[in-house]
Design a binder for this molecule. Sequence first.
Ligand code: NAD
Length: 255
Amino acid sequence: MEINSNIAAVITGGASGLGATVATALAARGIKVALLDMNVEAGEKLAAELGGIFCQTDVSDADSVTAALEKARAANGQERICVNCAGIAPAAKTVSRGEAHDFALFQKVININLCGTFNVASQSALGMSNADPLNDDNERGVIINTASVAAFEGQMGQAAYGASKGGVHALSIPMARDLAKSGIRVLAIAPGIFGTPMVTAFPQEVQDSLASNIPFPNRLGAPEEFAKLVIAMVENAYLNGETIRLDGATRMQAR
Ligand code: NAD
C-alpha cells in the first residue's frame, strides 16, 4: 500500500511506548492517525501533537472498540492500517509460595492481549472489507498485530503472557486466509526487548543486564526500529500471513 495523506490508521496502545512511536512515524508521513488507548491523559496529549484523534478504548470490550472505530472513522475516514500494540505484561509463576497462578489474572492477560487484539482486528477488517480497493492488487487494508518473542520462548513467570502472545502469532495465517478475498493482509511483529517507558524505567543495571544477552546489536531495540518494520509491512504488499521477529537475534533465557 502506498503511504500518503489519504490513508487513515488506528493504533491501539497508541498513548505509550511502541504504539506511540508508530503513531508518530505514521503521522510524520501524512497518515491520519487515531490513537485507541485506556490512558486518556497521555493519549489526548499525543493525539493533539500529531494532529490526530484520541479514542478512549478498552480493547477487550466489543462495544468500546465499536464506538472507538466509529469515532475514528467519523474524523479520519475508514482506516486502511490497523496496528495493535495495546497490551499488558504482569509476571506470575504457575505455582508460587504455595498458591496456583491467580486464574483471574491469567484470564485478564489473555483477554487484553489476545482477545483484545482479535476484537480490534476483526472489527477493523469489517470496515476495510466494505471500502474500495486502493490499487491494482485490490488491496483494501493491512492489520499488524504485536506478538513477542515470549510467543516462542516465554521466560519464567510468563505463562499467561507467553500464551497470549503465542495466540497473537497464531492469528496471522488464519486471519490472512480469511481476509484474502477482501484484499486485507494480516501480519505480526514479535519484538525482543525494546526501550519503551516500561523498560527504560528500570534501573540502568537491569537494562544493561537485559541488553547483555542480545547478540547484535548489543542493546535494547529502539521503538523507532519497530515503527520502521510497521512501515515496511504497510508498503510491501507481498508480506502477508507472517510473524516477523525483531530482536537482534535474541533467544530468551529461562529467567
Ligand atoms: P506500554 O505499556 O508502553 O504501552 C501499552 C499501552 O497499551 C499503554 O498505553 C496502555 O494504556 C495500553 N493498554 C493496556 N491495556 C489496554 C486496554 N485494555 N485497552 C486499551 N489500551 C490498553 O508497552 P509497550 O512496551 O509499548 O508494549 C506495546 C506492545 O508491545 C505490548 O503488546 C507488549 O506486550 C508488546 N511487546 C513489548 C516489548 C518491549 O520490550 N517493550 C517486547 C515484546 C512485546
